[in-house]
Design a protein around this ligand. Structure first.
Ligand code: HAM
Length: 421
């Protein structure tokens, strides 16, 4: 039997219901804030990610699914959404639209990581990007949305870690400091970190290697936040003031390191306490230089993405069910086999307001009620020859036991009111 490729999953049933609930919540919030949906291609020229996500990132160095097309061009399945959105912003001249431009997206992303709980090779993100403004209100807006979407799903066990990676010049100073601090101990660093010492020492701080971790614990490097220049520091303070005004609870993480190279200034991650090693539900940050890296004109930007599968895992861990797995409102039971087509007609009348299904075989009333209960229906509708002739349905409220024979229009009303008169 052939199977789905390792690290990929079929989405159906409950998993898909979680997925839809999460994407629907993100859509509602993003559109309320003025975002329009965008769907960029699932693959791009490899250079979009090489330049955008950055040559020193783990993603570009070892996690991309890259292939050549028949003309020998190098293409890559998108590992994330931001680079493609910024490419599209430039390509379609969105710079002349009223600024800032707010865009949101949902779709599959691909990273060749070692699969484990909460980490797939094909996973899904919902994301939000605002282009064309460097104002701290926009950072605060983006952070607040990413947090509130999660809160609106009922999640409680979240930690929002907020930091700043400064402006490029600040980062250069910080990297120079780290290089000086770590070079004398280079022999103790893992091979990956030794490579990073040249290109991007900041990434060493994010290393999971136990040797690297113990060296860092000994050396106690000063955090990035201590190296912010006056402008980045002022911006960070302004973002904090605005988040406080919005009542968004966050913790300052002075040494936040994000896995993508395009970030400047505000950076954040939202973690969940029940997810184990892969605890980040989402993350984001400002990326003011990205547009130029992709050959466009300057366009400041800030955004975030949530990992849909991880949010679903967190919801499950907190016992939150997907509202999209909407309970069965009514299960229609034909009492004679000739009435099966009529049962379809009755069910179809209520779509899409109510979730209604029907039995494909005649059932005795008792058996039909049992079957409705087993399917988790709130109401069962018994359809015998009398009901069919009169245009009625005998509806039983499976919660209270109350039973009524009602014309179909009134069935809708009774069920809609949850069985109240
Ligand atoms: P990221 O932190 O790389 O950011 O990914 C965002 C979220 O996607 C993660 O927090 C995680 O929940 C989920 N995720 C990442 N990799 C995997 C995986 N292999 N399996 C399952 N879930 C995963 C970005 O992608 C940026 N584009 C976010 C952004 C938008 N920054 C600015 N705008």
């Amino acid at each position: 039997m052939t199977r789905a490729v390792k690290g990929t999953h079929d989405l159906f049933g409950e998993a898909l219901a979680y997925h839809r609930t999460i994407v629907d919540a993100a859509r509602r919030w993003a559109e309320a804030a003025g975002a329009a949906e965008i769907a960029t291609p699932i693959f791009e020229l490899t250079e979009v990610f090489e330049r955008g996500v950055g040559p020193t990132s783990d993603i570009v160095q070892k996690e991309m699914f890259t292939f050549s097309d028949r003309a020998g061009r190098s293409l890559t399945l998108r590992p994330e959404g931001t680079a493609g959105v910024v490419r599209a912003y430039n390509e379609h001249g969105m710079k002349v639209w009223p600024q800032p431009v707010r865009l949101w997206y949902a779709g599959p992303m691909f990273r060749a990581e070692r699969p484990q709980k909460g980490r797939q090779r094909q996973f899904h993100q919902v994301g939000y990007e605002v282009l064309g403004s460097g104002r701290p209100e926009i950072d605060a807006e983006a952070v607040a949305l990413s947090y509130r979407i999660l809160a609106s799903l009922g999640l409680r066990g979240m930690r929002l870690l907020l930091g700043s990676v400064g402006d490029p010049a600040d980062r250069e100073r910080y990297n120079a400091y780290l290089r000086e601090l770590l070079t004398p101990h280079a022999a103790r660093l893992s091979p990956d970190s030794r490579r990073r010492l040249e290109a991007n020492p900041m990434r060493i701080l994010d290393s999971k290697d136990p040797g690297d971790r113990s060296l860092l614990a000994e050396l106690e490097p000063r955090p990035m936040l201590a190296f912010l220049g006056p402008e980045a520091a002022e911006h960070f303070e302004a973002v904090r003031v605005r988040l406080d005004a919005l009542g968004v609870p966050y913790q300052v993480d002075p040494s936040i390191v994000r896995g993508l190279d395009y970030y400047v200034r505000t950076s954040w991650e939202i973690h969940h306490d029940k997810l184990g090693a892969q605890s980040a539900l989402g993350g984001g940050g400002r990326y003011d230089g990205l547009s130029e890296l992709l050959g466009g004109t300057a366009a400041p930007g800030v955004g975030w993405a949530l990992g849909v599968e991880r949010v679903a895992l967190a919801m499950e861990a907190e016992g939150l069910s997907p509202s999209a797995a909407r309970a069965l409102d009514l299960y229609v039971v034909p009492l004679e086999s000739e009435l099966v087509p009529r049962a379809l007609e009755v069910a179809a009348r209520f779509w899409p307001d109510l979730h209604v299904e029907y039995a494909l075989k005649a059932r005795k009333p008792g058996k039909g009620l049992q079957e409705a209960e087993k399917r988790g229906a709130r109401f069962a509708g018994l359809l015998g020859p009398d009901e069919a002739a009169a245009g009625t349905l005998t509806v039983k409220d499976l919660e209270t036991g109350e039973q009524r024979t009602l014309p179909l229009e009134e069935v809708r009303e009774w069920i809609g009111k949850g069985g109240r008169a």
